[in-house]
Design a protein around this ligand. Sequence first.
Ligand SMILES: Cc1cc2nc3c(=O)[nH]c(=O)nc-3n(C[C@H](O)[C@H](O)[C@H](O)COP(=O)(O)OP(=O)(O)OC[C@H]3O[C@@H](n4cnc5c(N)ncnc54)[C@H](O)[C@@H]3O)c2cc1C
Length: 452
Amino acid sequence: MKTYDVIIIGGGPAAIVTGITVRKFFKDKSVLMIKEEADGLVPCGIPYIFHLLGNDAAKNKMGPKPFIDLGGEVIISTATKVDKTKKEVTVKTGEQFGYNKLVFATGSLPTIPTFIPGYNMQNVFYVKKSYPYIHELASKIGNFKNIVVVGGGFIGAEVAEQLAAANTNVTLIESEPFCFSKAFSPELSLIATDALKNTKVNVMTSTLVKEIIGENNTVKKVLLANGNKIEADAVILSIGYKANTQLAKETGIELNRYGDIHVDNYGWSTEKDISAVGDCAQTFGFLTGRSDVIKLASTATAEARTLGHNIFGIRIKKCNAGTLGVFSTEINGLAMAAAGANEKNAGESGVNVVSAKFSSPDRHPGSLPGVSDLTVKLYASPVDGSILGGEAWGSKSVGEIINIISLAIQKSITVFELVSFQVGTHPLLTSSPVNNPIIRAAEDIVYKISYS
Ligand SMILES: Cc1cc2nc3c(=O)[nH]c(=O)nc-3n(C[C@H](O)[C@H](O)[C@H](O)COP(=O)(O)OP(=O)(O)OC[C@H]3O[C@@H](n4cnc5c(N)ncnc54)[C@H](O)[C@@H]3O)c2cc1C
């Protein structure tokens, strides 16, 4: 039996980044990745397979090549057993491997709504992060005239938007009054839902699915709680993801109440030399320090880097206090993003915030061709003015503006400091220096804190 310094179970973003980091910084350490499928995909790119990538899943492939190039080893098999006493992993073929350090990066799986009759019928699909599965779905999608997507989170909404752009009749059903309501504030959820309604997607909010009705076990209709029926040749259920932690549970590793692997700030589980990163691992809310559930590739890779650097002992102190959850998306040409607190999630945690927003053209002068509006909304502590959250919407620059806001939150920058934030500007690239929306929103909060 061969023994490795590190064995990583998984093949998604968390596994790949852990592998790359360990091999890059500890060149003398042997690392084996056990991944169950030979071909992987960019999970965040899945919705774009159905239209922008020409329904070609091969254009969205992702694999561990950068890890292999750094000297990492990969075997394609499913890890079926971990003996934490003997420090051995057994894979499906019966082969065994020894480890010094073990990393669970087993990810998450779509939630299966067994409470909806018909959930397992022919032509009911899930947005699985599996290349063979999505490849097959893409090959069938052209056969479907009417598709019902259930779930208006960012994944369901992006999939619905892309399918509709590819000329399929798509109905999206969301139980909440607005789509995106888990990621965005009520104000931005409304804007995002309107953006989706301006596409060809038939958006039904405050609507519950009661049953998937079929003939010969194949989808025909979706029955709603209000009694209405919608024609459907296929249904895509996108109602969330659950940590894939069955193997961890069987290994005797402690899980939290959400079923995520209980880890400390560096990714270590309660079992010696066993760690977990990515969607299978617990996250902690940055405001409360309490367990919460944030499953994002950006979070997964940040955890993987932290673990990778510190796997043989703490070298780089983890300095962020918890998981912010930085979301971004684009619907019908409108980019939208959020980081950290907003009035809804802060209120649920009993945290007071003061907010302000500012809109300006994303370039200057505003008469330039192709200019769009850019809005930044900041949320700060009314006590010390530190930035607790932010949202931005408008042009594509939103994708990086939210990352600036995320850094401000992580470094506890205050609105008072942002007043003298030094930025670079250019007519063709940014808002005008007079109207930088981050600075102007911060100034409005300074005014609210100081004078009202
Ligand atoms: C459609 C879609 C769009 C998304 N868009 C975004 C986005 O825009 N931005 C963002 O930040 N996040 C996005 N996400 C979330 C993001 O994809 C996940 O957070 C990310 O994939 C988590 O990475 P991971 O490596 O922890 O887990 P996963 O990607 O779930 O990978 C886990 C891997 O482990 C393998 N595995 C599991 N068990 C075993 C075993 N026993 N043996 C061997 N291998 C095993 C699986 O086959 C899989 O390859 C999106 C997700 C989806 C589905």
